[in-house]
Design a protein. Structure first.
Lengths: 94, 152
């Protein structure tokens, strides 16, 4: 029987294969939610969702795409935004 | 003729250089063009570019130096390679070794001290003997003097 504290679903369950060949149940803390695009709310690619202690050990370049608005907007939304800005600059010059 | 003619100023909208201005330097084919300016000089898909109204006069396959001169006239920034100089490895400087005095074994030490003591003793003995001899001489001299007086 699991311990009382393990009966609730606060912790996520991970099946771990031991060196002896048995599978045991481990309890781990849940991961934070996945990053989403600020405009279209889709999940962002290339942005890991790990617990803060793991994110701290990662390099900055491993945590978001290396482009303007990387880690905030998805790539199609970034393109649209930059296109709009380019059009605006053209119109202002006219 | 496509809009991406040589000298057309564009904005890059994809990748690391997104949002930066560039100029078309060479038409590779229908899809790809060579760009230079405030971006890394490279071949790009025209779908990654957004054309602007300006077209500058520039030679076909212009070098980076020419593009740089043209961009500086327009007052635009130019991407330059930041080639790093190889830094020298920090060399470990060895500390000058202290001259290690070879520790003599106990026997040798003892022998040395003993020999020194002996020498000291010898010297004292020699001094003493010299003094005694002098005394003896003096005494003998006195005796001779006494003998001489008796003879008289």
């Amino acid at each position: 029987m699991p311990r009382g504290m393990h009966k609730s679903r606060t912790l996520r369950r991970v099946f771990v294969k031991t060196p002896g060949g048995k599978t045991t149940l481990h309890y781990r803390k849940r991961k934070p939610s996945k990053a989403i695009c600020a405009s279209c709310k889709k999940q962002l690619a290339g942005v890991p969702n790990e617990r803060p202690y793991k994110m701290m050990t990662m390099a900055k370049t491993a945590k978001r795409p290396e482009r303007p608005y990387g880690g905030v907007l998805c790539s199609p939304c970034t393109r649209k935004l930059l296109q709009q800005k380019a059009h605006q600059s053209v119109e202002e010059k006219k | 003729m496509s809009i991406y003619e040589i000298g057309r100023i564009c904005v890059k909208i994809a990748g690391r250089d997104a949002g930066r201005k560039c100029v078309v330097v060479e038409n590779v084919d229908d899809i790809f063009v060579m760009i230079d300016g405030d971006v890394r000089r490279k071949k790009v898909n025209i779908r990654h570019l957004e054309p602007l109204a300006e077209v500058i006069k520039i030679a076909d396959k212009a070098s980076h130096a020419e593009v740089k001169a043209a961009f500086e006239k327009l007052g635009l920034a130019v991407w330059d390679k930041k080639s790093k100089k190889q830094t020298e490895r920090p060399k470990q400087i060895r500390k000058a070794k202290k001259k290690v005095v070879e520790e003599k074994s106990k026997k040798e030490k003892k022998a040395e001290t003993k020999s020194e003591q002996k020498e000291v003793k010898k010297e004292t003995v020699a001094e003493v003997s010299v003094e005694e001899k002098q005394e003896v001489e003096e005494l003998s001299a006195g005796e001779t003097v006494e003998a001489e007086t008796k003879e008289e």
